[in-house]
Structures are given as structure tokens and as C-alpha cells.
Design a protein around this ligand. Structure first.
Ligand SMILES: *[C@@H]1O[C@H](CO)[C@@H](O)[C@H](O)[C@H]1NC(C)=O
Ligand SMILES: *[C@@H]1O[C@H](CO)[C@@H](O)[C@H](O)[C@H]1NC(C)=O
Ligand SMILES: *[C@@H]1O[C@H](CO)[C@@H](O)[C@H](O)[C@H]1NC(C)=O
Length: 982
């Protein structure tokens, strides 16, 4: 054949190949190989066969569910994913979740109060293996001292395993003797004190003369001397998990479950999908956010999240019955794993749905407590206007409402919420009660979309039921049973918390600055010119931030919060500016990821929050309808209970959305839930194998690859009561592993590239224009840094990098690190006027430091406000577009006066812990006074506008802050007497 003929043949084949079907990725890939004359290309059939075999060996099943509301959806098997994790040497050693009580540090979730005090100890650490014995919770154990006790809560303290334990007292009854549990008397036991476990009791000499371990008479409470029966275990069997594990190790695996709507603008076809994802909570903080550790459970565009949650809860409950048998690649043996959900991370509107609550629009808008909002609530995100058509609040009413707003109300309880829902059922059990239910929802703020559909169905079913109350009651009971037992405590996410920055920024741009062109341009120029070195941001796009103030995203608000005090001065009224200064003070504290002294940090955080709310109240009481402001009050308690807010900065989850969307595009959209689930299962198989994870094989498995039966055999039932049979444990060969040894497109695709840092290193050192600090910050000459000052007590030194010194001709290893850094020390002075941040000035003292001692980059700003820096027509910079200089010019800020007159920007969010000692302490404010002042200003503005003034802007800058202040004071005096009488 001529080559012409061959090409023609290939062309014909290709046409045939693609005709009448949607080419899948495999088809096209194989065809591409084939048409390029690659030899030995397998057939589509054999590729499918290999895929099926791998799926059976180490795959994740996608399990179909018929949702309670009639939607069909697929959930990837949670047990299968957990089995994979346990077999994967890349993650398995990191999975431990032992609650830790450091007393002061708060860096990871497991150090937070919630896990130690609020969760079922069996789900955290059911057993600890010490001195070759298994000490299960709720089983008697003997201490070195001869005292017997029942450990019930394991945790780490001072680097050792410790447990809380109830004391056991021997009691003789008639001829027998046994134990009484003194449940009021609990104490802490260190691992060193434990001598004999429940199971070794009878064979140990230490227990001779003591009652048998399994004879527990009962529990004695402190007040009434009566014995209550012991119910936590069957005393003769011991802990249920020990029985189920029959000697194997038992591990708890708490998870963060995450739910989000994956809406995006990628394609018109893409509509809102709700997805569930999870990560193991035992991973160290740095690992939790790696894409590699985020696992997909399910997605669907039609089903409400609660319906899908049902399927997930089904799987969880199933695994609680027997545990999940998994191969542990650390001990190379089967272990029993108990998964649980530590917390559900959801977005604000959805969170309300999850927490059975009506959402932020209700009168009682807070999901955590019962604080009451305005009777007429706002329904838009726009800054509220003063010209609403409703009865005007008097100043007293306003002040009272705002005072309530800034307090934490009575907390909501799960039981109460459920009781309320149940009572709605009772109402629904009678026809024509719908309006009543509606009223109840608004008056209590409890609503549940999932439940709503049941209520509706129930209402419909009544039309048909002829019988008396009994039949109705039966129908009611049936629905009651479907009610979820546990309302899982939702946790805020960073997006939600940034909500109030959004309101404030829009207020600045559209109200405070409004149509004033000069001010607008000045703000844009200031934003574009602001020095962002050390903030981990790229240059700010001033025009975008102002022009599109209404549609910015979290990243933008983070940036704004860190520079606002340096761009807003003289552009907004003083009270508004003060609010921004307070905000910049608060933001780094909220997201501080590592907390060294939690008590003091939370105290500081509380002060900072109160200060911000007081400033906001003084500025205008209008914001105090916005739940996002009220939510701040709960932040302290949340951090105490769940750990640093940065843990919930679920950016990895969010970037996962793009992955889900991409997979949806390859679906034919008829069964998106299944296609996407399969697609993730496929990715996880490859990832699993290429991570060098264990693959469990029966002897006959290997033959299957060559046999021709494509039938899919289900993996062994993970929640059976016995560990699966002995098997061959295999790891993938060197050939495939070599594919991922070096970072390449595959490692990138699979998220295996965890050593991203190495990419950063090595670039600039030879030229010594910049360097990478140990924390990853990149600094160049002229940038500022914080340096550890030897003694831990001292605040860090603020210094400017003058030279990066690097000897030539060293081996590659040393090239990664400069030899020394020449720094010019800055002297930290008094707080700079109005910024509430310390003034800093380079003072000419030079220091030579090794790079290890540099803690982090710092951000310093010129005191533009004092020096009245402006943008001059002559000062322009050429605009770069697509990395090429254009002829377009934009204005820049011209710094005048002393260029060394600087301020340390303590609003910097990264490494906030190093900044603590340098921050300017907050002067606590009188909240009531602030509220009164704000209310007075509001009333004054209102009277002023209704009195015929043409301007609709709020506390209009036109009046000037001082004139306004006088007015406010007068108004305040008038009203204060009224309030004092109350
Ligand atoms: C609504 O439900 C309540 C509670 O079951 C019942 O007492 C009442 O009669 C019902 N109202 C109507 C209009 O049926
Ligand atoms: C492998 O062999 C065992 C015992 O001979 C049998 O029970 C099992 O079903 C076989 N597995 C497969 C995948 O054929
Ligand atoms: C609390 O604030 C004070 C004053 O700003 C500061 O000195 C201290 O280091 C802070 N403590 C913590 C733990 O952040």
C-alpha cells in the first residue's frame, strides 16, 4: 500500500469510528495514538476491561440512591474512600486525630474545646494501645497505684496520651464483690500510670484480691446515693468496638463535610449544582487544604442538599454498625475504622437550610441564637436607604434594637428546633392550617425546605384520608420518623465572614463617595499605587475595585481590608474612616491561623470585635439589620469550640468546584450525578495506584486481566463483622511509579505535587535581588521584614532589607539559601495619628542576620495623610497590558514630605501572630454611648433630609464632619434624657 492509501484508510476508519456516537475520551485518545502509528494500541474493549479490573481491585463504588423527594442521585462510597486512605502511605501516617489539650495553643481543630468536651469519645479515640495492651474507653483498667478506674476520654497532654477516668470503688454485696462507678469523681490519668487493661485483668497478678473487672454494680451520682444501672457497655463483654474488632486495632476517623453550590459562569449549560465533599480532620492544618486530600461524595443540580445528605448519612450509619475494615499500610494489617462528621461546612444561605432555619430574612435571623432583628427586614444586599416607606423608628426604638443586636441572644437548641418543627407537623395534621404554619415560621425563625416538601405532601394526603384523627395521626407519625435526629452544627466559612467587608465597601463607593468624580479617581489611584509588598498580593486594580464594587469576590475583600486605612483618609467622614480602621484591626485576628495563647487571643479578639461594632454603631445604626454583622459576636465562641477560623477557609474546596464543573462538561447531562461520581472514582483509582498505595488481591484476581469476562464484581462488603480473608498485598511496580517521580503534567493533574515550594526556591538567589523566607514569603531588597529578637518576650524587630549576601561557587544545596542578610533597623515609635498602627522609621543602624531568623515579611506604608500626598498630573505610569508596555498612562500617588515617615501595617493578615506585640492596643469604647451617637446622627440626618434638603446621601460629607458633629451632639443631648428616664 502506498502511504496515500494508508492515510485514506485511516481517514475512512476515523469517520466510521466517530459516526453515530459521542466519542468518549478513551476512544479519541486511542484513535490519536493509532493514527500516529503507535504500535500495540489496545482496543477500546480491553482498556475498559482493565479499567473494570482496577475498579474492582481498588476502586470506589458509586452508589445510587432514590432520594426522599424523588430525585435519583449517586454517592461515592464513603467506606471505599476511607479504605483507600488507610492504604495510602502518602496520607495514612497523617490521619491521627487525638484531641489535644495544650491549654494555650490553638493551631488545629483537634486542639479546640469542642472535640474534647462535646463529641462522643468513642468517635474520637475509642482505644489506645499502650504497653502491648488495648485500653478501650468505658472499660475498667487498673492503675499502678492499685486504684481501678474507667477511662472515658483520651487526649494528648504534654506529648503523652492521657485519659479522663471515673473512679471505681470495690463494694461487697452479700458474698459477692464488684465495682461501683463514681461518675462524679473523674480524674486524669497519664499513659504511664496504666497497668492492666480489661482484657488482661484475669491473667494479671496485680488484680488478685480485687473484684472481677466485669462485675459492675452500677453508677453512683453525687447527690442521691442511689445506684443507676451502667449502660455504656455490656460489662461482661467490654467495649462494643473491641468485640467487633476481635483483636484488631480500632481507629476513629473524624471528617469535615463540606457542602456548596457549585454555580459558575463557565458555561450556559452549567446550572447550580449542590455538591458534597470531605477531608479527614486528622490531617495537619497544612494538609487539610491540599486538593489531593479533598474527596468527592456527590453532586446533583436538582436535589436539595438535605436530600443528598440523607444518602451520606445512610452510609455513615451503616458504617457505625460494624465499622469499616481497612488495610492499614502503616502496620500492614487489617484495622477497624469508625468515621464520623466533626462539622459540616456550608455556605450561609444553605447553612440555614441545614440548621432548619428560615435564613437571614426572618425576624430572628441568627442561626445560633434568638436575637431579634427589625420587624420589617431588608431583602436586598444593597446598602439600606433612609427613604424606606415604613413607619419611622423613634430614636429610642432604634437604640434599643441596636443594643439587642450587639448582644448574643439566648442560644438555639437542637431539641427546641426539632420540637418546633414537630409542632408544625401537628398543625399540618389538620387541613387548612397552612397559613398558621407560615406565621409560625416567621415568628420563630425556624424553617426547613426539606421538611416543607413533606408538610406539603402531608397536606395533600389529607384530602384523601377519610378516617378520623387516628388515621391522620398515623400519617403524621410516619413523617415524624423521617426527621433527622441530629442537626449537625454548621461552621462559618471565610466567605460568610467577609460579608460585612462587602457591605462596608459598597457603602464607601456608592454612598460616601457616590458620584463625586474627583474622589472616585483619587480612590482608584490610591488603590492602584498602594505598596502591597509583604502582603502576598499582586498590585491592586484600583479601577476594578471601585467600578465593580458590587461584584467583588473574597480575595478582593481580603485585599481591601488590609489597605483600607491607607486609601480612605479624607475621602469619607471620620466615623466611617474609624470603622475601617477598626475593621483592619479586627480582620487579621479573626483569621489568625496559629494561636499561641488562646485565652489571651480570644480576649483580644473580643475587644477588637466590640470596638468594631461600636465604631459601626457610631457611624450609622443602619447596618444593624445585617446578620453578617451580628454573626461576628459568635466568632469568639466558634473559634474556641472549633479552632482557628482559617481552618474553615475552605479555598481548596472552592477550587474543587472548577474540577466538578469540568467533569460535568464531559457528561452527556442525562445522568450528571452518576457521570461525575464515576469520573471522580476513576481519578481516585489512578491517584491511589500512583501514590504507591496498597492493592489487595486474591490469587485469582491477576488472571482476570487476561480473561474476557468484563463483569463487575463488587468489592468485599466493608461493613461486615469479620475482616476480609487473607490476601496478597501488592504495590504498583516501579515503571508506573516512575511516571510521577518528577513533577509533570500527571502529578499536577492528580494533585500529587505537594512540594510546590521547591519550585519557588532556586530562582533568584544568584542575583540576590530577592529571596524566599522560611515561611515562603518572597522578599526583595527594600522590602521590610520582622526578625525574631532572640528573647521570646520581646516584640520582633522591624527592619528593611538592604542587601542579600551570597558567596559564589557553593554546591547546589547551599545555593538555596543566602548566607546573610544586611538589614537596616527601624525604630518603632508612637502610634501614628488616626491609623491606630505604630509609626516606624529606618534609623541607620545596620544588622547582619541569617535568613532563619527572619520571621516574615512586613508591609509598611508612607504616612500620606500627614504629608498630604496627592496624585499630580505629571506623575504617571505606563500601563502594562498582556505584559507589554502600552502608551496608556495612569496616575500614581506622589509621596511628598519625609519619605521615611512610615507606618507598620498591622492589618496584614499573614503571620498575624508575629505582629501581636507590635499592634497598638485598643481603647475600649462605651458601646451604649456609641449606639446613642449613631442613632442621634441617624435621626438628625433623617430630619434633615425630610426637611427638604435635596441630598439623599446619608451623613453627607457636604455638611463636614464638624458641623455634623455639633448637630449630633445637640440631638444627642435632647434624646439622652429620654433614654435615662426609661
Ligand atoms: C390547626 O392545628 C391545630 C393543632 O393541631 C388545631 O388545634 C387547629 O384546629 C387547626 N386549625 C384549623 C383551622 O384546622
Ligand atoms: C477467587 O477464589 C476464591 C476461592 O477460590 C473465590 O471465593 C473468589 O470468588 C474468587 N475471586 C474471584 C474474583 O474470582
Ligand atoms: C493581646 O493584645 C496585646 C495588646 O495589643 C498584645 O500585647 C498581646 O500580645 C496580645 N496577645 C495575644 C495572645 O495576641
Amino acid at each position: 500500500m502506498t502511504s496515500q492509501m494508508i492515510r485514506e484508510l485511516k481517514y475512512q476508519k476515523m469517520k466510521k469510528f466517530l459516526r453515530g456516537r459521542h466519542g468518549t475520551m478513551i476512544d479519541i485518545l486511542l484513535w490519536l495514538l493509532w493514527v500516529n502509528n503507535v504500535v500495540d494500541v489496545p482496543s477500546v474493549k480491553s482498556v475498559k476491561l482493565i479499567k473494570d479490573t482496577i475498579q474492582r481491585l481498588c476502586g470506589i463504588r458509586s452508589i445510587p440512591y432514590e432520594g426522599a423527594l424523588g430525585h435519583r442521585y449517586y454517592v461515592n462510597s464513603l467506606p471505599d474512600i476511607i479504605q483507600q486512605e488507610m492504604m495510602n502511605p502518602r496520607v495514612r501516617p497523617l490521619l491521627h486525630f487525638y484531641p489535644e489539650d495544650t491549654g494555650v495553643e490553638l493551631n488545629e481543630a483537634r486542639q479546640a474545646k469542642c472535640w474534647l468536651e462535646e463529641l462522643d469519645p468513642e468517635l474520637l479515640t475509642p482505644v489506645v494501645r499502650l504497653h502491648n495492651q488495648d485500653f478501650f474507653v468505658f472499660e475498667p483498667a487498673l492503675l499502678l497505684s492499685g486504684q481501678a478506674c474507667i477511662p472515658f476520654q483520651w487526649f494528648i497532654c504534654g506529648g503523652k496520651m492521657c485519659t479522663k477516668a471515673w473512679s471505681l470503688q470495690p463494694v461487697t454485696r452479700e458474698l459477692d464483690c464488684g465495682w461501683v462507678v463514681e461518675d462524679f469523681h473523674s480524674f486524669e490519668v497519664s499513659e504511664d500510670d496504666l497497668l492492666v487493661s480489661f482484657r488482661n485483668w484475669d491473667s494479671s497478678e496485680a488484680t488478685s484480691g480485687l473484684p472481677r473487672a466485669y462485675s459492675i454494680y452500677g453508677v453512683e451520682h453525687e447527690l442521691n446515693g442511689k445506684l443507676q444501672p451502667w449502660t455504656l457497655t455490656n460489662p461482661s463483654e467490654g467495649n462494643q468496638w473491641c468485640v467487633r474488632a476481635s483483636g484488631a486495632r480500632v481507629y476513629a476517623m473524624p471528617l469535615w463535610l463540606y457542602c456548596d453550590d457549585t454555580s459558575g459562569n463557565l458555561s450556559k449549560k452549567w446550572n447550580k449544582h449542590n455538591s458534597f465533599l470531605f477531608t479527614a480532620a486528622g490531617l495537619p492544618r497544612a494538609e487539610v487544604h491540599q486538593e489531593y486530600n479533598v474527596h468527592f461524595l456527590c453532586t446533583l443540580n436538582l436535589a436539595p442538599p438535605l436530600e443528598m445528605l440523607d444518602g451520606i448519612v445512610d452510609q455513615l450509619e451503616e458504617s457505625w454498625k460494624q465499622g469499616i475494615w481497612a488495610w492499614d499500610c502503616v502496620h500492614e494489617e487489617y484495622v477497624l475504622v469508625i468515621p464520623s462528621i466533626l462539622a459540616l461546612l456550608v455556605d450561609n444561605p444553605m447553612q440555614s437550610e441545614m440548621a432548619c432555619h428560615i435564613g437571614s430574612m426572618g425576624k430572628y435571623f441568627c442561626r445560633i441564637c434568638k436575637v431579634k432583628g427589625h420587624d420589617a427586614t431588608y431583602t436586598t444586599d444593597a446598602p439600606p436607604k433612609s427613604t424606606r416607606k415604613r413607619a419611622k423608628e423613634t430614636m429610642e426604638e432604634m437604640a434599643t434594637r441596636v443594643k439587642q443586636f450587639v448582644k448574643i441572644g439566648e442560644p438555639r437548641h437542637k431539641d427546641e428546633t426539632i420540637a418546633e418543627l414537630k409542632s408544625m407537623f401537628i398543625h399540618a395534621s389538620t387541613v387548612r392550617n397552612q397559613t398558621q404554619i407560615k406565621q409560625r415560621k416567621t415568628s420563630t425563625g425556624i424553617k426547613d425546605t426539606f421538611l416543607d416538601s413533606f408538610l406539603n405532601r402531608l397536606a395533600e394526603s389529607y384530602c384523601k384520608i377519610r378516617g378520623g384523627n387516628k388515621a391522620k395521626q398515623e400519617a403524621l407519625d410516619r413523617v415524624k420518623e423521617t426527621l433527622p435526629e441530629n442537626v449537625i452544627s454548621p461552621v462559618w466559612r471565610i466567605k460568610v465572614l467577609l460579608g460585612f467587608v462587602k457591605y462596608l465597601w459598597r457603602d464607601v463607593v456608592s454612598v460616601r463617595i457616590g458620584k463625586d468624580k474627583l474622589k472616585r479617581e483619587l480612590l482608584e489611584t490610591r488603590l492602584s499605587s498602594v505598596d502591597v509588598s509583604g502582603l502576598g498580593l499582586s498590585h491592586l486594580a484600583g479601577h476594578t475595585l471601585v467600578q465593580y464594587a458590587g461584584s467583588l469576590v473574597g480575595r478582593d475583600f481580603r485585599a481591601i481590608a488590609q489597605v483600607a486605612p491607607f486609601v480612605l483618609h479624607d475621602l469619607v467622614p471620620t466615623e466611617c474612616y474609624d470603622t475601617w480602621v477598626a475593621l483592619s484591626n479586627l480582620i487579621p485576628l479573626i483569621w489568625q491561623p496559629e494561636i499561641e495563647n488562646s485565652m489571651e487571643h480570644l480576649r483580644n479578639l473580643t475587644t477588637s470585635i466590640n470596638n468594631f461594632l461600636a465604631c459601626t454603631a457610631r457611624s450609622t445604626p443602619r447596618w444593624f439589620n445585617k446578620p453578617k454583622f451580628h454573626v461576628l459576636l459568635h466568632v469568639v465562641d466558634h473559634i474556641r469550640r472549633f479552632g482557628p477560623a482559617a481552618l474553615f477557609a475552605t479555598e481548596a474546596f472552592e477550587s474543587f468546584n472548577a474540577v466538578i464543573r469540568a467533569k460535568s462538561i464531559h457528561s452527556n447531562h442525562r445522568t450528571p450525578s452518576r457521570d461525575i461520581a464515576h469520573s471522580f472514582a476513576h481519578g481516585s483509582r489512578i491517584c491511589h495506584i500512583l501514590s504507591g498505595a496498597r492493592i489487595l488481591m486474591h490469587d485469582n484476581d491477576t488472571n482476570d486481566i487476561h480473561s474476557d469476562s468484563p463483569e463487575l464484581i463488587q468489592a468485599s462488603n466493608p461493613s461486615s463483622d469479620k475482616p476480609p480473608d487473607a490476601i496478597n498485598v501488592k504495590v504498583v511496580g516501579k515503571g508506573p511509579l516512575s511516571l510521577v517521580q518528577q513533577p509533570n503534567i500527571i502529578t499536577d493533574y492528580l494533585g500529587l505535587d505537594t512540594h510546590a515550594d521547591t519550585k519557588k526556591y532556586g530562582h533568584n538567589f544568584r542575583t540576590c535581588k530577592s529571596m524566599v523566607l522560611f515561611n515562603g514569603d518572597v522578599c526583595k531588597i527594600g522590602d521590610w521584614v520582622l526578625i525574631a529578637d532572640g528573647t521570646a518576650e520581646q516584640s520582633p524587630i522591624v527592619a528593611c532589607i538592604r542587601e542579600i549576601i551570597q558567596r559564589q561557587g557553593l554546591d547546589a544545596d547551599n545555593l538555596l539559601r543566602p548566607d546573610a542578610i544586611l538589614l537596616e533597623r527601624g525604630s518603632v515609635g508612637e502610634p501614628a495619628a488616626s491609623y491606630s498602627m505604630p509609626a516606624v522609621r529606618a534609623h541607620g543602624g545596620f544588622l547582619l542576620y541569617p535568613v532563619e531568623q527572619i520571621l516574615c515579611a512586613a508591609n509598611l506604608q508612607h504616612q500620606c495623610r500627614v504629608h498630604k500626598c496627592t496624585s499630580l498630573a505629571s506623575d504617571v505610569e505606563f500601563v502594562y497590558e498582556e505584559q507589554a508596555k502600552t502608551s496608556k498612562a495612569k496616575a500614581v500617588i506622589h509621596h511628598i514630605g519625609d519619605p521615611d515617615d512610615l507606618v507598620l501595617n498591622t492589618a496584614r493578615m499573614q503571620d498575624a501572630k508575629h505582629m501581636q506585640g507590635l499592634r497598638v492596643p485598643i481603647q475600649p469604647q462605651d458601646m451604649n454611648l456609641a449606639i446613642l451617637e449613631g442613632a442621634a446622627r441617624e435621626i438628625w440626618t433623617r430630619n434633615d433630609t425630610t426637611g427638604g434638603a435635596s441630598t439623599t446621601s446619608i451623613i453627607a460629607a457636604a455638611h463636614g464632619p464638624r458641623a455634623q458633629g455639633r448637630q449630633v451632639n445637640r440631638s444627642l443631648q435632647q434624646h439622652q434624657s429620654v433614654l435615662q428616664v426609661q
